[in-house]
Design a protein around this ligand. Structure first.
Ligand code: SF4
Length: 240
């Protein structure tokens, strides 16, 4: 018991104290009011979203778009075409997304798995726990990529935790920031309720806020959360 209390004290030591006006649902309303609807992945098919989720690992979305455009131009945006493509050719198409040799292997592994499972439509019929478990068993798919796919390709109510989520909410004092992935996912899902459309919009808003405002060196003067953020820094000290 004493060990658990010590661990808890260590976890909260030096952590900003959250303002009582801010809650996880409350942050959503502020971000939505400031940024509006983000329309993430509305028109793309489930398979294209799955490909995007693998390619977006460690790179900006604009680079992913170029790689997907290459696949489309080569008429290779299908599980069979990717499985059959020569590894060097596939890597060349994926070059704009960075780490292209690794991503080529991951994409092939995912596509092989999709085909073994009978295609995307068959996958869409699986129950959430079964589908998440199966995705996590595919080479190169970790919890964040799996949850991206579950939420955006299959509209399942799974909250995606990424580096922006950890940074923003740690600065707000609502989390420590170094909790295990599953602990944070459960926390957000418990506080928000089970809603895929809400999780879709919230994750998109977190990404836009982390990318444009709450950056490594935050632009607190432009932040819709600044009045209640315990980590807000004066504008003259902030900025990239
Ligand atoms: S006030 Fe600054 S540190 Fe706090 S959330 Fe906004 S940008 Fe991040």
């Amino acid at each position: 018991m004493r060990g658990a209390a010590t661990a808890r004290r260590k976890r909260t030591a030096g952590r900003p104290r959250p303002d009582s006006r801010l809650t996880i649902p409350g942050v959503y309303h502020r971000l939505f009011a400031a940024n509006g609807r983000q329309h993430w992945w509305p028109g793309d098919g489930a398979f294209e979203i799955m490909v995007g989720a693998v390619l977006t690992q460690n790179t900006a979305w604009t680079n992913v778009e170029k790689a997907i455009a290459n696949l489309k131009q080569a008429k290779a945006l299908s599980p069979a075409a990717i499985v059959e493509a020569h590894p060097r050719l596939l890597a060349a198409w994926l070059r704009p997304s960075g780490y292209f040799n690794i991503k080529a292997k991951r994409l092939k592994a995912m596509c092989r798995w999709v085909m073994q499972q009978g295609g995307v439509r068959r996958l869409a019929k699986l129950a959430l726990p079964e589908l998440r478990h199966a995705l996590l068993g595919v080479h190169g798919i970790g919890p964040e990529t799996a949850d991206d796919i579950l939420l955006y390709a299959f509209q399942r109510p799974v909250f995606v935790i990424d580096a922006y989520t950890r940074r923003i909410f740690a600065r707000l004092g609502l989390i420590a920031g170094d909790e295990p992935y599953e602990a944070l996912r459960n926390r957000f899902e418990d506080e928000l309720g089970s809603s895929a459309p809400l999780f879709n919009e919230y994750h998109a808003l977190i990404v836009i806020h982390g990318k444009d405002v709450c950056k490594k060196r935050p632009l607190c003067g432009s932040c819709c959360l600044a009045d209640a953020c315990p980590s807000a820094v004066p504008q003259k000290l902030a900025g990239d």
